[in-house]
Design a protein around this ligand. Structure first.
Ligand SMILES: Cc1cc2nc3c(=O)[nH]c(=O)nc-3n(C[C@H](O)[C@H](O)[C@H](O)COP(=O)(O)O)c2cc1C
Length: 157
């Protein structure tokens, strides 16, 4: 299956999970690159506020065309219980180009599945083929690797 991951990361966790998925799925990968500064306390507060208000941002142009892939996996960190602003922007700007989709997120705490996946599904207008949610704690202990295997199994089945 011709697949690609588009992911956004601020501090590297979602990137790490995206790269683990690439190893299992042998697909392409591209980072969603934001143009806004989001580091430091002010960046953190602004990002949380913008996510809560479901704002969009200005992204760097994509290198790959999502329309040329059978499956697009979209990865985001959770911000203020929402999809991150750059990942939301990617979906809003590309949803017409998406054939099949799969979603994953990383989060500081537990219990974001019921909010993030339905929100991503609604934004894309498509049911995901598979989903994966992992916490930072699972990432530190490499517990996410089993979950990555489950995701790729679900995609291939
Ligand atoms: C602005 C901001 C808001 C966040 N809000 C939440 C939240 O509401 N719930 C949560 O579980 N984690 C929250 N986090 C933690 C991130 O989701 C978590 O650390 C994630 O793994 C970071 O991914 P990244 O390293 O790819 O940027 C927030 C982080 C940031 C920067």
């Amino acid at each position: 299956m011709h697949a690609i991951i588009f992911y956004y990361t601020l501090s590297g966790t979602t990137k790490m999970v995206a790269e683990a998925i690439v190893k299992e799925l042998n697909c392409e990968i591209e980072a969603i690159v934001d143009t806004q500064k989001r580091t430091g306390a002010i960046g953190f507060i602004r990002s949380g506020y913008q996510a809560l208000k479901e704002r969009i941002t200005t992204l760097e142009p994509l290198k790959s065309d999502p329309a040329t892939f059978e499956l697009v996996l979209i990865g985001t960190p959770v911000w203020a219980g929402r999809i991150s602003v750059p990942a939301r922007t990617f979906i809003v700007q590309n949803k017409e180009k998406l054939k099949e989709v799969a979603f994953f997120f990383t989060s500081g705490g537990k219990g974001n599945e019921q909010k993030i996946f339905p929100a991503m599904e609604q934004l894309c207008g498509k049911k995901p083929r598979a989903t994966l949610g992992v916490t930072s704690a699972e990432c530190k202990k490499e517990l996410y690797l089993e979950k990555v295997k489950d995701l790729t199994k679900a995609i291939k089945s």
